[in-house]
Design a protein around this ligand. Structure first.
Ligand code: F6P
Length: 361
């Protein structure tokens, strides 16, 4: 029997979202003869009347879509249905309106492409509706539990690595300490991966307690060995590491309006006597053409999400694990974000390469 399934992208965008949408819609059409409805602007489209939605025509989902960054459906990270921000500043539960919007679409299943926060919200939203829900993990932060990879992470790492490739020669030319602040929310996945790939001297992440003194000591050692410049990668939340918090509090007067990158560059300049410059990479990490790896992951997960619905399952997330595409219960995912394992392979690799993590080891 022909079915109608919906798909929406929710939370911060990243590279590879269009490839997920394309893969799911093609699988639904060619594999099962189903129609796919794309819902606009994440959950926000469900508040519109008529609901903001479009039937995805497989003939228009050509391969160029897999190359495009962003999400052609739009997304939001501000539309929590249970605490929706109203113009007067209050928060209102608008989940009922969104469920009503979903009913109007007469869907037999919904695929939500999101990070763990979005997947949690969508799961709770869908629960009373009886519409089976399958999540696809995406986020440059790569912090979704139960999957080794989230869509968008590979591209963000490639961009951060390229930024280091570009900062190294200019830093070397001017004998500077170059600090690159990368995104990642509360996790250091982008920082540690790009730091290794891009040949950083120092990588600071929230999962490893670090201190400026140790970074200064490392830069002094490099100098003694004849190096005149240094590359430092700092995750945006690295200032949350305990010692760094104390130091940041001390230094708050120096850098009240800036992030950890600016703050660190100032501290390093003062302590080492070298010139230091900070680059905050920001949303550049999200808005790119996806890497081949992200296109592959997005395609594999998009296909699997439809297969999970076809199997009659719901409340699942598709995942990449040990070179396999699997699906896992969403209850095991939500509220359990996956941070960098301080004893894991990447941390051991970084230490073996002589990269300073700012700690005592
Ligand atoms: O979760 C993705 C992410 O890009 C984080 O790395 C970053 O902290 C945050 O979103 C930025 O959010 P916004 O787009 O609202 O500035």
């Amino acid at each position: 029997m022909s079915r109608r399934i919906g798909i929406l992208t929710s939370g911060g965008d990243c590279a590879g979202l269009n490839a997920v949408i394309r893969a799911a819609a093609l699988r639904a059409h060619h594999g099962y003869g189903w129609t796919t409805i794309g819902i606009g602007r994440g959950t926000l489209g469900l508040l519109e009347r008529p609901v903001e939605a479009v039937t995805l025509d497989p003939a228009r989902l050509d391969s160029s879509l897999a190359r495009q960054g962003g999400t052609f459906l739009g997304s939001t990270n501000r539309g929590d249905p249970f605490a929706y921000p109203m113009p007067d500043g209050s928060l209102k539960d608008r989940s009922g309106e969104m469920v009503e919007g979903l009913k109007q679409l007469r869907l037999d299943g919904l695929i939500g492409v999101g990070g763990d926060g979005s997947l949690d919200i969508l799961r709770r939203l869908l629960a009373p509706s009886g519409v089976p829900f399958v999540g696809v993990p995406k986020t440059i932060d790569n912090d979704v539990g139960q999957t080794e990879r989230a869509v968008g992470y590979s591209t963000a790492v490639a961009i951060a690595t390229e930024a280091l490739d570009r900062l190294q020669p200019t830093g070397a030319s001017h004998e500077r300490v170059m600090v690159l602040e990368v995104m990642g929310r509360d996790a250091g996945h982008i920082a540690i991966a790009a730091g290794i790939a891009g040949g950083a001297d120092v990588v600071l992440i929230p999962e490893v307690r670090w201190s400026v003194d140790r970074v200064v000591g490392h830069i002094a050692r490099l100098r003694a060995e004849g190096r005149t410049s240094a590359l430092v990668v700092v995750a945006e939340a690295a200032g949350q590491s305990d010692e760094a918090v104390d130091e940041a509090a001390d230094a708050a007067a120096d850098a009240p309006d800036h992030g950890v990158g600016e703050w660190l560059a100032k501290r390093l300049a003062k302590a080492t006597g070298a010139e230091a410059r900070a680059t905050v990479l920001g949303h550049v990490q999200r808005g790119a053409m996806p890497t081949a790896e992200d296109r592959l992951l997005a395609s594999a997960l998009g296909v699997r999400a439809v297969d999970v619905l076809a199997d009659g399952k719901g409340d699942r997330m598709v995942a990449w694990w040990n070179r396999q595409v699997i699906d896992v219960p969403l209850e095991k995912v939500v509220g359990r974000s996956r941070t960098v394992d301080p004893g894991g392979a990447l941390i051991r690799t970084a230490r073996a390469l002589g990269i300073c993590l700012g700690d005592a080891i």
